[in-house]
Design a protein around this ligand. Structure first.
Ligand code: A2H
Length: 256
């Protein structure tokens, strides 16, 4: 890790329906009317229109934390909660109010509402082996149009749905073009994964290279072709979409 501070946008994906193992563990702990949110940390808020699912690491330790008594709860990694406690995200500074422990595998299949996503009925929580417990919130929202990691994992989940214990249709969704770039067209991640012949989410070295290329091309040369800021450059649109999400109470700032 460098010495710089990473400013993330922490998005709030509200639980609509728990997967059965998670339902058992939260039963009786969340009062009627209490809202639980999965909280992915992203550096690309301008891509949130294209969310198709949200990833957790199946073996990572997560928990639900009470943000407003009886009303609002966040699902994040234990590690992220410790950081959040010192960023005035929880009610008492320095205290992380844990109410239930969960493993990533417990929540796979949970249905959540993803702000701005064209999937307006909701998206599923799905497993991603390459999620790092040591970064962000340990929750990663998936945008397969612009993130090579997300695209590669989506392809893997579609191919081996049964092996991963998911329904194929939870992963197998149409990919929305959001950003047009001169070198890679309007589905940057798909273009790069195919061009670099990346066959699996385990091709870590190539995926890191693809991620770098996608990020630079998108940020410096990309133009929005979807959403309220269509026509603007990605550089201009990024802070505008972020501010919209913050103003709507659908996201908050998180740094580490
Ligand atoms: B980004 P940095 Cl469209 N493990 O959001 C693995 N990856 C993680 C993570 C974790 N614990 N926490 C966050 N991330 C991902 C969108 C996106 C992202 C797009 C394109 C590129 C991209 C949708 N997924 O990231 O190491 C999250 O995915 C490439 C830079 O802190 C987050 O932003 O620089 C990004 O990695 C944070 O990466």
């Amino acid at each position: 890790e460098g010495v710089g501070v990473q400013e993330y946008t922490a998005l709030k994906l509200r639980v609509k329906e728990w997967a059965a193992p998670a339902q058992k563990k939260v039963e009786g702990l969340i009062p009627e009317g209490g809202k639980v949110y999965f909280v992915p940390a992203t550096l690309r808020p301008e891509t949130m229109y294209g969310q198709t699912c949200c990833f957790v690491g199946p073996a990572i330790d997560y928990a639900i934390y009470e943000v407003e008594k009886g009303k609002e709860y966040y699902f994040v990694s234990d590690r992220a909660a410790r950081n959040m406690a010192f960023q005035s995200i929880f009610p008492t500074w320095g205290v992380y109010p844990k109410i239930a422990d969960l493993k990533g595998s417990d929540v796979v299949g949970t249905l959540v509402h993803a702000p701005l996503s064209v999937q307006s009925d909701g998206v599923r929580i799905l497993p991603m082996e390459s999620v790092k417990a040591s970064k962000g919130t340990g929750v990663v929202t998936s945008v397969p149009s612009d993130s090579p990691d997300d695209y590669a994992t989506m392809m893997e989940l579609v191919k081996k749905a049964e092996y991963y214990g998911i329904k194929k249709e939870w992963a197998d969704l149409e990919i929305l073009p959001i950003i047009e770039t001169p070198s890679y067209g309007n589905l940057t991640a798909k273009f790069l994964v195919e061009k670099m012949k990346i066959n699996s989410p385990k091709d870590a070295k190539q995926l890191a290279e693809a991620k770098d290329l996608a990020y630079k091309e998108g940020f410096y040369k990309g133009k929005m072709i979807y959403g309220d800021f269509a026509g603007k450059s990605v550089e201009e649109a990024k802070p505008l979409v972020r501010q919209q999400l913050l103003d709507a109470g659908e996201a908050f700032a998180y740094a580490e």
